[in-house]
Design a binder for this molecule. Structure first.
Ligand code: UT7
Length: 336
């Protein structure tokens, strides 16, 4: 039986740092409010014209992941790209990465599961590996939020949170037992689809209609989030899906070496940590530096944790995410 291991990880962040004080100049907010409610001190925003896009950032992260896996782009036999901010409405950025990496005509798949997109993508990759179909799958999470945020006071509850960046992993086939991805757990609850969503443009409002009624006050082109509602669901679902992963593999929370929660809000991570009785050293957070990078947040955090020596051979690593959809998911890994 085949199993999936993470053979290489990489991340890329645009250089441009946007501090809370920078945001104070654009909208009615304070650094104290942002830090107190979210833990975020700064985030990265792509500078328009820099050449950074979801696909190019994903490609930069991928090159690092592929190199760290000891491979070349030609060794990759499938691409999975998770994002809610694709370069174009269509086609998705997976094919652009295939082109930018100069890889032969392999398959490329785009995943639209927002904050849980990376964990969903890992799960898809794991099934392809287990079935024997592929040997080295590139899984990418990349987001360029900054260009689509309402940076006025009207959008402040959303725009102070989100940042840009990309992370990537190479998922590789192994025949070793009890290593790599032990299990993945996926959930959704579509009745809350509009509690965290970007509604416009959509197929119910046709392009000629939109053009004829062009209206700069139309907020449907910005992300909407019912913050309190999302927060309450997040803390419940995160805990549930982490426990589900542990129970499926007969582990206790105390046995987790590192939990990497999707970086939605530092208060959410702290709430989960407390609820599950985990110590500081068992939970990795970097939202303070990068904000919420949606599908990119887990691979960026995993990459940083690995670079800092916080993920070692034999470690039990849990990845968990919750977000728009609502969708939520977890993956439990035994580091190879
Ligand atoms: O990654 C996907 C999943 N996302 C999440 O899990 C995020 C979940 N939600 C949250 O993280 C929090 O709900 C937020 C950080 C978005 C908001 O924090 P909150 O404590 O829920 O604030 P709130 O929306 O209840 O707003 C409290 C007050 C309001 O003012 P009034 O009505 O009490 O006068 C807001 O207008 O804070 C105001 N406010 C702000 N003030 C300064 C909202 N945003 C800001 C801001 N700066 N940026």
């Amino acid at each position: 039986m085949y199993h999936s291991v993470i053979a290489g990880i990489g991340h890329y962040l645009p250089d441009n740092i946007v501090t809370n004080s920078d945001l104070e100049k654009l909208m009615d907010t304070t650094s104290d409010w942002i830090v107190e409610r979210t833990g975020i001190e700064e985030r990265r925003h792509v500078v328009k014209g820099s050449g950074d896009s979801p696909s190019t950032m994903g490609t930069k992260a991928s090159r690092i992941a592929i190199e760290k896996a000891g491979l070349t782009p030609d060794d990759i036999d499938f691409i999975i790209f998770a994002t809610l901010s694709p370069d174009y409405y269509f086609p998705g950025p997976g094919v652009m990465v295939q082109d930018q990496l100069g890889i032969k005509e392999i398959g490329a798949l785009d995943i639209r599961n927002q904050c849980s997109g990376f964990v969903y993508s890992l799960s898809v990759a794991d099934q392809f590996i287990k079935s024997g179909m592929y040997q080295n799958i590139l899984v990418i999470g990349s987001e360029l939020h900054s260009g689509g945020l309402d940076m006025s006071t009207k959008g402040r509850n959303v725009s102070v949170i989100f940042g840009d960046g990309a992370g990537a992993v190479v998922i590789q086939r192994t025949e070793k037992e009890a290593v790599g991805i032990l299990s993945t757990h996926l959930h959704s609850e579509g009745k809350y689809a509009e509690e965290l969503a970007l509604i416009g443009p959509n197929t119910g409002r046709w392009v000629p209609e939109i053009i004829a009624n062009a209206n700069s006050e139309d907020l449907s082109y910005y992300p909407y989030m019912n913050g309190n509602f999302v927060f309450k669901h997040a803390v419940t679902r995160f805990s549930e899906v982490i426990i589900e992963a542990l129970q499926a593999n007969n582990f206790q929370p105390s046995e987790i070496d590192l939990l990497i929660p999707h970086q939605a809000n530092l208060r959410i991570s702290q709430f989960i940590q407390k609820k599950m009785g985990l110590g500081e050293h068992q939970v990795f957070n970097n939202i303070m530096k990068y904000g919420n990078t949606t599908a990119a947040s887990i691979p960026i955090a995993l990459s940083e944790a690995f670079d800092q020596g916080k993920v070692k051979s034999g470690d039990l690593v849990c990845l968990a995410a919750f977000g728009s959809g609502f969708t939520w998911a977890s993956a439990l890994l035994k580091w190879q």
